[in-house]
Design a protein around this ligand. Structure first.
Ligand code: UT7
Length: 329
């Protein structure tokens, strides 16, 4: 990977909808309480899309900021990938809708579906295209509007999710910087632990699927938790090894923001102090594909990375899937 041209992040942007749903708001909707939510998940509030906002609208806001920070015009973009499991429509893809909104007429555009691991999967995909010279730049966005597929009468899931988008522009960077390794994986056998059952070709939308609430997220939280703790550790170790590094080389750890307890267990295994870990699950909850880019972009905006720092991103999610990357900032 290192003999190919170096590809890294040259622009960043993020967007979260204005409306905030707090734990005390949820106390009025389902039988739950702030103490339970904070102690079990670390979440205090989450942002929820307005009625008129769909995933491409969130993605658009993040994208224009990323393009601006890269000093790039939309018409110069060559590739757009939107990582999402809540596309505006099954087709056209959200990436095509976004391409039109941005006026990125020359760009190839497609969605990538790997749930919460989607952003890292997309980074790996685009980096491969760019390293080989097939394209020279790419806009990668993790965007999800999970509130649209969340059952707000189910306390097991409705406290966990939020909406948002994070975007990066990828391009050639000086030697020594950029992406050093990726570790992507899947355990399809665990697919039924986290799913949205209806609305596809297996179980098309019908009166019955509506009545059975099969257009909402189903999750076996305990099993997903165990999977998450396991793969956060193993994926991190593998991606470091592929880059020829070890855990002491990590300057900033950017984990998927699903549950503070999952993040803490990874930090313990890596023997990382809190100042080396990005945590914003308290303010945004689990935003699926947007989670890692929201954390990364926020860290960049706060000046937490300096040139040459080793940044490790790692996530897990539906599929089941995981993805990790080592990036020299
Ligand atoms: O992006 C990937 C997506 N998913 C995840 O990362 C989720 C991974 N899993 C988790 O984060 C945790 O498993 C949860 C936060 C979902 C649940 O935490 P837990 O410590 O595993 O709790 P539990 O499922 O073992 O449930 C404990 C109790 C249950 O009551 P009983 O059966 O022991 O009487 C639940 O009914 O807590 C109850 N409970 C709640 N109580 C108050 C579940 N949700 C709530 C709630 N408020 N919102």
């Amino acid at each position: 990977m290192n003999s190919l041209r170096p590809i890294g992040i040259i622009g960043t942007g993020k967007y979260v909808p204005e409306r905030i749903l707090t734990n005390s708001d949820l106390e009025k909707m389902v039988e739950t309480n702030d103490e339970w939510i904070v102690s079990r998940t670390g979440i205090r509030e989450r942002h929820i899309a307005a009625e008129h906002e769909a995933t491409s609208d969130l993605a658009y806001q993040a994208a224009i900021k990323a393009l601006d920070s890269a000093g790039m015009k939309a018409e110069d973009l060559e590739l757009i990938i939107v990582a999402t499991i809540t596309p505006d429509t099954s087709f056209p893809s959200t990436a095509c809708i976004l391409q039109d909104k941005l006026g990125a007429k020359g760009a190839a555009a497609f969605d990538l579906s790997a749930a919460c691991s989607g952003f890292v999967y997309s980074l790996a995909t685009a980096t491969s295209f760019l390293q080989t010279g097939m394209y020279n730049n790419a806009l990668i966005i993790g965007a999800d509007t999970l509130s649209r597929i969340t059952d707000y009468t189910d306390r097991n899931t409705c406290v966990l999710f939020g909406d948002g988008a994070g975007a990066v522009v990828l391009g050639e960077v000086p030697q020594g910087r950029g992406f050093k390794s990726f570790d992507l994986g899947a355990e399809g056998a665990g697919g039924s632990l986290l799913k949205l059952e209806a609305g596809g070709s297996r179980l098309p939308a019908s009166q019955q699927t509506l009545e059975e609430k099969k257009h909402f997220i189903y999750m076996n939280g305990r099993e997903v938790f165990k999977f998450a703790v396991r793969v956060m550790g193993t994926a991190t170790e593998r991606v470091l090894e592929k880059a020829g590094l070890d855990k002491t080389d990590i300057d900033l750890f950017v984990p998927h923001q699903a549950n503070i307890r999952i993040i803490q267990s990874a930090m313990q295994r890596l023997e990382l102090s809190e100042d080396k870990c990005v945590i914003n699950v308290d303010r945004y909850a689990n935003t699926s594909a947007a989670s890692i880019p929201l954390a990364l972009v926020e860290a960049a905006e706060e000046g937490r990375m300096k040139e040459g720092d080793t940044v490790l991103m790692v996530g897990f999610g539906g599929g089941l899937t995981w993805g990790a990357s080592v990036l020299v900032w």
